[in-house]
Design a protein around this ligand. Structure first.
Ligand code: FAD
Length: 307
């Protein structure tokens, strides 16, 4: 119930325009963001280096309404990759297609994504595409097929709560995909998505194993486990071991501010750990989805507003 309410609040345009302007809002977001500016995000990435944790960066924003905004976003990420490089960080970037103009002009979005992928390749990095609500699922997978065919150093997020994802993995396997597997952050109906934690978790393990099998069969798969569910991560790592694959065949990807103790522990134990650091002014829907994932966070957010 609470999850549904928070996800409805995330989509509500009236709240999106007003809530972030309230005086206490900036204090509340400290839980999941080191700051709204790029410099704070990069500083956080530098600090993680001491723990052996690498980074992924995203400037928050989605569903732009003017094409020129997409040009600015692409330009920003080109600059960001240079700044990551200048700080000698093992950092990658991940972007929402609707932030580049996917709702307005698919070809122009592809041109932006191709440019970003080329820049990432210049630095020996992967350029990542986020997955958004289910209305974008087919479009995003088809977009990734085109992008990946031209730019091998590109990765895509897939959501384990969607029924279609098992077929998407088989569809993408011939392309040697780089996949960040997540459970899924949006409100999706039972006709297309698993609804219970039990079912989503079971599918998550099945999908990860399918990707590992692809790896064992000789495909150049990169598998990022984008989850804070340590039990699942360790279960999948066991599967990898049983299949004769090294621990580094899976990469752990978690969000800034969530289960930091586990991120450090896993890095110490030899897992490849990457922390996704978000920044930017357009944090409202993203932040509300984080609250929805764990409604206890609402209490935490309220405390930060006051304290
Ligand atoms: C690196 C990364 C990239 C992502 N990219 C996308 C994307 O492109 N598209 C998309 O739809 N979703 C994305 N997500 C979000 C994802 O879909 C889930 O909504 C989110 O990760 C929460 O689910 P979980 O896998 O951690 O499992 P859960 O079963 O929700 O949580 C497992 C445990 O982790 C802890 N935990 C989880 N979330 C929180 C939280 N917000 N606050 C505090 N503790 C928490 C709790 O202890 C919980 O018991 C991404 C997540 C990560 C980590």
């Amino acid at each position: 119930m609470m999850r549904k309410l928070l996800l409805w609040m995330a989509r509500n345009a009236w709240l999106r325009n007003r809530l972030p302007k309230l005086w206490f809002a900036k204090r509340a977001i400290r839980r999941f963001m080191p700051g709204t500016d790029e410099g704070s995000a990069l500083d956080a990435g530098v600090a993680f280096r001491a723990d052996g944790i690498t980074s992924m960066f995203t400037r928050l924003g989605e569903n732009i309404t003017r094409l020129e905004e997409g040009d600015e976003v692409a330009e920003h990420y080109i600059g960001l990759m240079g700044d990551i490089r200048a700080r000698d960080l093992d950092g990658e970037v991940s972007v929402k297609l609707t932030q580049l103009g996917f709702d307005l002009d698919v070809e122009r979005t592809l041109a932006h994504a191709s440019r970003l992928a080329e820049k990432a390749a210049e630095y020996g990095k992967t350029f990542w595409v986020d997955m958004e609500g289910s209305a974008y699922a087919e479009g995003t997978v088809a977009f990734y097929e085109r992008l990946k065919a031209a730019h091998p150093n590109t990765g895509l997020c897939l959501q384990a709560y969607l029924h279609r994802t098992a077929a998407d993995i088989q569809r993408l396997m011939p392309l040697d995909p780089q996949i960040r597997l997540v459970k899924g952050a949006y409100a999706e109906p039972a006709t297309i998505a698993y609804q219970t934690k039990h079912d989503v978790d079971a599918n998550y393990v099945g999908l990860a194993v399918a990707l590992l099998e692809g790896m064992r069969a000789g495909h150049k798969v990169r598998l990022g486990l984008g989850t804070h569910d340590v039990r699942l991560i360790e279960q999948i790592a066991q599967h990898a071991k049983a299949m004769g694959l090294p621990r580094t065949s899976v990469e752990v990807e978690m969000l800034y501010g969530i289960r930091m103790d586990q991120q450090r522990r896993l890095a110490k134990e030899g897992y490849l750990v990457r922390d996704l650091i978000a920044y930017g002014e357009a944090w409202y829907p993203w932040y509300m989805r984080r609250l929805a994932e764990r409604p206890a966070n609402v209490i935490f957010a309220l405390r930060q507003m006051i304290g």
